[in-house]
Write a new protein. Structure first.
Length: 241
């Protein structure tokens, strides 16, 4: 859960690392962090994902979000991309191989990459530890998601305990979207950055699992049929409805 600490944060207490993929959720989380902390850095992961185009939109999105506010521009620090090719090699799914996007026999979606968020959060925590950043912000959510068990609140809480025990640290894993649905994610973006941030998310971010950047919709660019597009479109409809 997001921290409930009141009052301004200073020094290390006001620093964060955002897991930033260039999608709707991570862009909203980046705006959330920039509105809250004094020093914000970003990290992305290249793991051989089928929708690798998300790696191409990250920097344009970062540049545009910094352009929305002089304060945000001042707070936004460096970005780094970590290569995790091994994850794509050992964790086979419809996001790392040319497989059909359908339900698996165990009921999980075929786009579930086993261990992905566990690995992402662990590598992010290592980076935050090395960089002297207190908070690690991730856009995972169990209210309106695709059924990924590593997006659950219990998973994140358990991992935070393990990370801090294993590194003798006091890092905090923040999940500002955990208990809101996609419509509320759009509303949060509007509250944080006004219409400018909403337009940025529509025009620049990438969510589609198929990597489609050709088909344009009111809610953004994507195939319109994969789970990620359906969730984004449904949230947009409720947001605008």
């Amino acid at each position: 859960m997001p921290s409930t600490r009141s009052g301004p944060l200073t020094g290390e207490e006001s620093s964060a690392l955002v897991l930033f993929s260039g999608g709707q959720d991570s862009t909203t989380c980046l705006a959330w962090a920039l509105s809250r902390y004094q020093r914000v850095e970003t990290i992305g992961f290249d793991y051989g994902q089928r929708h690798a185009v998300e790696m191409e939109v990250r920097e344009p999105v970062r540049q545009r979000i910094a352009g929305l506010s002089a304060e945000w521009s001042r707070k936004l620090g460096p970005d780094r991309v970590v290569s995790l090719d091994a994850l794509g090699q050992v964790s086979i799914s419809a996001l790392t191989a040319d497989l059909p996007m359908e339900k698996r026999p165990d009921g999980l979606p075929s786009t579930f990459v086993p261990g992905r968020n566990l690995v992402f959060l662990t590598f992010a925590a290592i980076t935050a530890y090395q960089r002297g950043l207190k908070y690690v912000v991730a856009g995972v959510c169990e209210t309106d998601f695709s059924g990924y068990p590593d997006c659950r609140d219990d998973t994140v809480k358990a991992l935070q305990v393990a990370i801090n025990l294993g590194m003798e640290s006091r890092l905090v894993l923040e999940t500002p979207l955990m208990w809101i649905d996609k419509a509320d994610t759009w509303r949060l973006a509007e509250r944080l950055g006004g219409q400018g941030l909403v337009d940025l998310i529509v025009e620049e971010t990438h969510t589609c699992y198929l990597g489609d950047r050709e088909h344009r919709h009111a809610w953004g660019v994507g195939c319109g049929t994969c789970d990620a597009c359906r969730l984004r479109a449904g949230g947009w409809s409720r947001f605008r409805g």
